[in-house]
Design a protein around this ligand. Structure first.
Ligand SMILES: [Zn+2]
Length: 135
């Protein structure tokens, strides 16, 4: 543990327990629209920003998990194929479990840091570092 984390730990211990709201992540409802054989996720960027992740990273995950081709302009996502909002939501929840929540303390206050070819998830709450798989 480095000095900053030590300091952070102490500061956090001295805070009144008001963090219960922060611990629970409020993921925006996915705004999903299907048009013909395509599906648009209108708030990709908004969801990614709540999760503190790059929209591109979330997009890559969704494409892979949905097994679909698609593209994103950084704000919205377009998928080839029809997917309901509950399907998309389920995938986003899985993304959160794997790429956002700390494996040690289960809080969502984490960052993804790329180190060489691998991603490390670093928890701002407890300092834990875990490697996550490449998408
Ligand atoms: Zn943690």
């Amino acid at each position: 543990m480095d000095k900053y984390q030590e300091w952070l730990e102490k500061a956090l211990q001295n805070l009144p327990r008001v963090e219960s709201d922060r611990e629970r992540l409020k993921i925006p409802e996915p705004e999903v629209v299907t048009a013909g054989t395509r599906t648009v996720l209108k708030n990709l960027k908004a969801i990614a920003s709540v999760l503190n992740r790059e929209p591109e990273h979330l997009m890559k995950y969704l494409l892979r998990e949905l097994g679909a081709a698609g593209s994103s302009d950084g704000s919205q996502a377009l998928f080839q194929g029809k997917f309901t909002s509950s399907v998309v939501k389920g995938r986003i929840e899985r993304y959160v479990e794997e790429f956002v929540k700390c494996r040690s303390c289960n809080r969502p206050d984490t960052r993804l840091v790329k180190q060489g070819r691998i991603y490390i998830m670093r928890c701002e709450a407890c300092g834990a570092r875990t490697s996550v798989r490449n998408i």
